[in-house]
Design a protein around this ligand. Structure first.
Ligand code: HXC
Length: 261
């Protein structure tokens, strides 16, 4: 694994899975600029690596990430925030083409929750505590929280979280559909995320990327445009070897051998 990241640990728990662990333990993984750069670079590197099929992002048992780094933000002026386009690079993660699974233990607050919300699948440990406490700092979420939460859990629950800063636990998050699942097994949430990533990585990579692109289009396009986009992507997959292989393998009652082409 590359030694050049100071604030994340990159490993390969499976030949086709990259695990990116946020590692600023003395600040509960608060996201300062250097930390965020490491996270986005590590994810982008995995995204571009043809041997990788899916990524897992996680923090520590105590904190996925406790938000943007308040100490770093505290003295920023409007002009500095505006002229440096503070947080503009935040969208890097949403632009990754391969699936990202977030494994959340402990605090996922503010920018930490917004980071998790950019993942494609969210798994939570029973210890997970999720919230947008920015209102208590005199600001609002700035990394997509108001928009992504509203689409995910609806307006009134989002309003409650954003306007009161209330922190919800894993069970409530599961009930609200904010996380796919609370992982209660002894082996833990990271293990479950790696298993899921390994499963996704075992499919045709072309089809997986197309599936992610099509689902994401649902959040950007009208229904008729989205359906058209999906159908065109579906058509285009008939140009792949993996489509021929997948359907032939079904007919021949054997397992497909994907070539990702
Ligand atoms: C900077 C942070 C931090 C943060 C924790 N720390 N969160 N430093 N920015 N967001 C630091 C603490 O200052 C402390 O360092 C160390 O981490 C341990 O934290 P404690 O507070 O001592 O731990 P604990 O008492 O267990 O409380 C945990 C906590 C609390 C409830 C999570 O730390 C907390 O409320 N943190 C802030 C959460 C928050 O408001 N997040 C939103 C940030 S705004 P020292 O060295 O002092 O001991 C945001 C905007 C998003 O995210 C914009 C888009 C990206």
């Amino acid at each position: 694994p590359p030694a050049y990241y100071k604030n994340v640990i990159v490993s390969k728990p499976d030949p086709a899975v990259a695990l990116i662990t946020l590692n600023r333990p003395n600040a509960l993984n608060a996201l300062n600029a250097a930390h965020f750069d490491d996270i986005s670079s590590a994810l982008r590197e995995a995204d571009e690596d043809p041997t990788i099929g899916a990524m897992v992002i996680t923090g520590s048992d105590k904190a996925f990430a406790a938000g943007a780094d308040i100490k770093e933000m505290k003295d920023k002026t409007f002009a500095e925030a505006y002229m440096s386009n503070f947080l503009a690079n935040w969208e890097v993660i949403a632009k990754l083409r391969k699936p990202v699974i977030a494994a959340v233990s402990g605090y996922a607050l503010g920018g930490g929750l917004e980071l998790a919300l950019q993942a494609d699948i969210l798994l939570a440990a029973p210890s997970a505590k999720l919230g947008q406490p920015e209102i208590n700092l005199g600001v609002i979420p700035g990394g997509g929280g108001t928009q992504r939460l509203a689409r995910l859990i609806g307006k009134s629950r989002t309003m409650e979280m954003v306007l009161t800063g209330r922190i919800i636990d894993a069970e409530e998050a599961e009930r609200w559909g904010l996380v796919n699942k609370v992982v209660r097994e002894e082996s833990g949430v990271v293990d479950a995320a790696i298993k899921l990533a390994r499963e996704v990585a075992s499919k045709s990579r072309v089809a997986v990327v197309a599936g992610k692109e099509a689902v994401n289009a649902a959040f950007e396009l009208s229904l008729s445009e989205g359906l058209r986009f999906e159908r065109r992507l579906f058509h285009s997959l008939f140009a792949t070897e993996d489509q021929k292989e997948g359907m032939t393998a079904f007919v021949e009652k054997r397992k497909p051998k994907w070539t990702h082409s």
